[in-house]
Design a protein around this ligand. Structure first.
Ligand code: GLN
Length: 192
C-alpha cells in the first residue's frame, strides 16, 4: 500500500512519520503526477486558504477531485476544510465531501485545546475502547453533515469533530500530533 500526503503547506511531515512508523510506503504530493499509483491521500492541517491557493497554482484541484472519486482521502483540520463543500465564505475548495464547516470555530490560536473524544468506530482497529485524546489547533467545527456523510465523533456538547462519507474522512483535530495511531490505522483500512 502506498499513501500520499499533500505536501504544499502545513504539517505533512508529521503524517509521513506516523505512516512510516506503521510500515506504510509514503509519497509527498506536490504535483498532479505524484498521485499516480497511490492508494490513498492525506491532506494535513495548516492554513486552508494557503493550501487552496497553492493547489490552484500547481494545477492540483481537478486531479485531487478526480483522485477522491475513487480513492480514500483524509483531511485533518485545514485538510478537512479543503475537502468540504461549504465553508460559508469564498476560498478554493475541493468540495467533494458533504459537510458544512465553520472555520476557527473555537476562537483564535490561544484558544487551542486538547480534549478526550469518544470515537466508537475505532473499535474496528483496536480491541480497547479508550477515548481518543484529540488536539485542536485553531480548529474548524463540522457544523453539519449532509446526504450519506456520517458523524464519527462529537464533543460532549454535541459539536461534530469527525465525519466520514464512504472513503472520505474528515477530522477537525490532529491525530498526527499524538502518539495514538488508531486514526491512521482506521484510514489505512479505508484505503485498502
Ligand atoms: N485555522 C486553519 C484554517 O482555517 C486551520 C488550522 C489547522 O489546520 N490547525 O485553515
Amino acid at each position: 500500500m502506498k499513501i500520499g500526503v499533500l505536501a504544499i503547506q502545513g504539517d505533512f511531515a508529521e503524517h509521513i512519520l506516523m505512516l512510516e512508523r506503521l510500515g506504510v510506503e509514503t509519497t509527498e504530493v506536490r504535483l498532479p503526477r505524484h498521485l499516480t499509483g497511490l492508494d490513498g491521500l492525506i491532506i494535513p492541517g495548516g492554513e486552508s486558504t494557503t493550501i487552496g491557493k497553492l493547489a490552484v497554482d500547481f494545477g492540483l484541484l481537478e486531479p485531487l477531485r478526480e483522485f477522491g472519486r475513487k480513492h480514500a482521502v483524509w483531511g485533518t483540520c485545514a485538510g478537512a476544510i479543503f475537502l468540504s463543500k461549504d465553508v460559508r465564505r469564498s476560498q478554493p475548495l475541493l468540495g467533494i465531501m458533504d459537510i458544512t464547516i465553520q472555520r476557527n470555530a473555537f476562537g483564535r490560536q490561544v484558544d487551542s485545546f486538547e480534549a478526550d473524544v469518544e470515537v466508537p468506530l475505532l473499535r474496528e482497529v483496536t480491541s480497547g475502547n479508550q477515548p481518543y485524546h484529540a488536539v485542536f489547533i485553531r480548529a474548524p467545527l463540522i457544523e453539519a453533515v449532509h446526504n450519506d456523510a456520517q458523524v464519527l465523533a462529537s464533543l460532549p456538547d454535541g459539536r461534530i469533530v469527525a465525519a466520514q462519507q464512504g472513503h472520505l474522512l474528515a477530522t477537525s483535530f490532529h491525530p498526527e500530533l499524538t502518539s495514538d495511531d488508531r486514526f491512521h490505522r482506521y484510514f489505512l483500512s479505508l484505503a485498502d
